[in-house]
Design a protein around this ligand. Structure first.
Ligand SMILES: [Zn+2]
Length: 258
């Protein structure tokens, strides 16, 4: 910045290189700034030093730096109504790979056929269709929620837990619809989204098994697989009831998840 030369303080180049000063606008501003600081005086001999004014003790800390910049932070826009969805899926007490699956599903990052085409992988047209119904192109919202075959699975699960009403075809809306329903049933926080994850996961592995290993499937088996998974995952993490059988659980799942 500057230094003493033969008893007189001289300002340096302020760290601005000669090549930068070739720009007329920068040079003009540099001259103005030099004139401004050149008038500054009244200080004694000493060396330049660095001090941090972000906290009272003048000692630098990451926390004070975060607070310093945070106080001027302006959000880029109003919050999105689904901003909280992605956080919720990590709170569920299920195996980690299921949380990761749910997170990818909510972000539409599973390798469904429509996305594979976008990435340059080509299918014959008839192979692009939804595996379950064969009518629409496979994509997240259709193959997990909007497909008529898959809707039958959701209806059975809804009947099982006592949920009534319209089923959302959009993934994020569907998730929040089920999430709100289970919240009203007073489920333990970490169990609220277990049924939704078990249903979507079972739909996905059924689709994969049939596509890649030619495994057979039917709606009834899928529904019972979902119920079995929910029962198994009800023992993950915090358990609020003593040991219970699948038979007991399947008759009143809400009771054992509360
Ligand atoms: Zn379909």
């Amino acid at each position: 910045m500057g230094g003493w030369l033969e008893g007189v303080w001289r300002w340096g180049d302020f760290g601005i290189s000669v090549s930068v000063l070739e720009d007329a606008e920068v040079r003009s501003r540099f001259i103005s700034f030099s004139l401004l600081v050149g008038k500054f005086g009244g200080f004694k001999d000493g060396k330049d030093s660095v001090k941090w004014e972000g906290n009272k003790g003048l000692d630098f800390s990451v926390a004070s730096c975060y607070a310093f910049y945070g106080k001027d932070f302006v959000p880029h826009g109003p919050p999105n109504k689904f901003d909280d969805v992605f956080r919720l899926v990590w709170r569920v007490e299920v195996p980690f790979k299921i949380k990761a699956f749910g997170w990818r599903l909510l972000h539409d990052r599973l390798p469904t056929k429509n996305l594979l085409v976008l990435r340059g992988i080509h299918f014959p047209v008839d192979n692009l269709m939804c595996f379950f119904c064969g009518v629409d192109v496979e994509n997240r919202n259709h193959s997990f929620f909007g497909c008529d075959v898959v809707k039958n699975i959701w209806k059975e699960i809804a009947f099982w837990v006592g949920k009534v009403g319209y089923m959302e075809d959009d993934c994020l809306s569907n998730f929040m619809d089920w999430h709100r329903f289970f919240c009203t049933q007073k489920l333990v926080d970490s169990k609220v989204d277990v049924v939704w994850l078990a249903t979507t996961w079972t739909i996905w592995i059924t689709r994969n098994g049939a596509c890649f290993r030619e495994e057979g499937w039917n709606v009834n088996d899928i529904v019972w697989s979902i119920k079995l998974l929910v029962w198994k995952w009800s023992f993950c993490g915090k358990i609020t009831h003593s040991n219970y059988s699948f038979y007991e659980f399947s008759k009143d799942p809400i009771l054992f998840l509360s």
